[in-house]
Write a protein that binds this ligand. Structure first.
Ligand code: PLP
Length: 499
């Protein structure tokens, strides 16, 4: 009770707020076990409060969502799905999971929702396996007149196993913005599928639907997968449905990045994948602003296969995270979230425009969603150098490959930035222009050093000291005005732990 006692003493006469009391009590429990762990939590709070979070895949969830995650629900096993569990005593988890499912269906207008995946990668495995079971395993079992895998002979089982492992998937190439779980050779998905990739057009940097059609007709994949973590343009999902139908492919969409924009109504009509895709996967912690986790939304015909993620792919779900998902989905149904989603997109557009005005090279010249991708190769920099120089100035973001990148996935030629987190803090157009101005000035005043051989280094650089000092000051001014979790007195903890 040490922190709590000291905090109460420090607030003598002042009104106490509930969030601060809860946070202090929780931290007190952690510190009693291990102060070094508690200190890292505080250091992270201070870090996220003092650096500008421009990572496109990150956000700040509400304290309500955080509190729903940190409690005794974590102790409950609940393999199965609501009403069908392999364990006793799951009544409360049944209720919580059903709440999250209903909220998700309502939020996205989906026929079916499965809220157990622990992450986006998990959700993709669940979806892949549901498709393979429904499309390959089930017809083979019917032909054998069998319903139970355990009754198959070894030869029959081997035939099914091999056929399931030999199906084709067409997904977006990693360098064009696709995700490693979409058939990248270093990921298990490349063993589950015979994987093929499509790229963005070299000329426009956008998806080329005619080229896609040609590839689909050549490959005739079982799964046509659309999804990306570094692509800034809307996709016409009605057109994708048509293309998938031409070759009889299952249309799967991984909306991990833009789910919040769909939920908030900033991506509607043909840009919303839900009405068109057979199966949609997502994370819940990116633009959707919920707890770290994943989800599958699907048409009714895939529901029973998706719900059987345990035993197919998963063990027990995380009841505490499902509770937090229920809260986050409800938040996402509010009118405030609609405004939030609209503001994310407006902020990204304004950020892109302000960068272009400052002669920074943006892929496709702008954005339709929450992210902007910068090509820094014209400044003689690698993504790694740019990422490090900006972090020195208090801007947290990540380097990213650009299509047909010649610097490889470690150094890269690009930067990916996004507006979900800064929009959560309440920033708007003026702040986006200020951020673009700081970024442009840092990038233009960073130069690669020369290697011993006289070549330009891909890792080392020199950043102008004056520009650095000025940028740090400007970032601090922004962070002082837009405070993360203003209810929480981070300075008190920082002093307490001498962070
Ligand atoms: C982030 C992301 C994932 C993976 O999510 P994790 O929760 O990190 O596993 C999957 N697909 C896409 C398109 C993503 O952007």
């Amino acid at each position: 009770m040490e922190i709590l006692k000291d905090y109460l003493a420090s607030t003598q006469g002042k009104a106490l707020n509930a969030e601060m009391l809860t946070f202090t009590a929780n931290l007190d429990q952690v510190a009693k076990k291990n102060p070094e762990v508690a200190k890292r939590i505080v250091k992270e709070l201070v870090d996220q409060r003092s650096n500008l979070k421009l990572i496109a895949s990150e956000n700040f969830c509400s304290l309500g969502v955080q509190s729903a995650m940190g409690n005794l629900l974590t102790d409950k096993y609940a393999e199965g799905f609501p009403g069908n569990r392999f364990y006793a005593g799951c009544e409360n988890v049944d209720d919580l999971e059903s709440m999250a499912i209903n909220e998700a269906k309502e939020l996205f207008g989906a026929e079916h929702a499965f809220v157990q995946p622990h992450s986006g990668a998990d959700a993709n495995l669940v979806a892949f396996w549901a498709i393979l079971r429904k499309k390959i395993q089930l017809p083979m079992m019917e032909k054998l007149n069998q319903t139970n895998l355990l009754n198959l002979s070894k030869a029959e089982w081997d035939e099914i196993r091999q056929k399931m492992g030999n199906q084709k998937m067409l997904g977006m190439d990693l360098f064009s913005g696709g995700h490693l779980t979409h058939g990248y050779r270093h990921n298990a998905s490349a063993q589950m599928f015979d994987s093929y990739f499509y790229n963005v057009s070299k000329e426009t940097g956008r998806l080329d639907y005619e080229a896609l059609r040609k590839q689909l007709h050549e490959i005739k994949p079982l799964v046509f997968l659309i999804g990306f973590s570094a692509y800034t343009r809307n996709v016409d999902f009605a057109e994708m449905r048509k293309l998938a139908d031409e070759v009889g492919a299952v249309l799967m969409v991984d909306m991990a990045h833009f789910a919040g924009l769909v939920a908030g109504g900033a991506m509607t009509g043909n840009a919303n994948p839900i009405p068109f895709a057979d199966i949609v996967t997502t994370t819940t912690h990116k633009t959707l602003r919920g707890p770290r986790g994943g989800m599958v939304l699907c048409k009714q015909e895939y529901a029973e296969y998706v719900d059987k993620a345990c035993p197919h792919i998963m063990g027990g779900p995380l009841p505490h995270i499902m509770a937090a998902k229920a809260i986050a989905f409800e938040e996402a149904r509010s009118p405030e979230f609609k405004t939030y989603a609209k503001n994310i997109v407006e902020n990204a557009s304004n950020l892109a425009a302000a960068l272009v005005e400052r002669d920074i090279n943006i892929l496709t010249g702008g954005t339709d969603n929450h992210m902007v991708i910068i090509n820094v190769s014209g400044l003689n920099l690698t993504g790694r150098q740019a990422e490090n120089a900006l972090r020195e100035c208090g801007m947290t973001l990540n380097r990213n490959t650009v299509p047909f990148d010649t610097n490889g996935p470690w150094y890269t030629s690009g930067l990916r930035i996004g507006t979900p987190a800064t929009t959560t803090l309440g920033m708007g157009k003026a702040e986006m222009v200020e951020i673009a101005d700081i970024m442009a000035s840092v990038l233009k005043n960073t130069t690669p050093t020369k290697t011993k051989k006289g070549e330009l280094s891909k890792a080392n650089y020199k950043l102008d000291e004056g520009v650095k000092a000025d940028s740090i000051k400007r970032v601090k001014a922004l962070m002082d005005k837009f405070v993360l979790y203003p209810e929480i007195d981070a300075d008190f903890f920082a002093k307490y732990f001498t962070v």
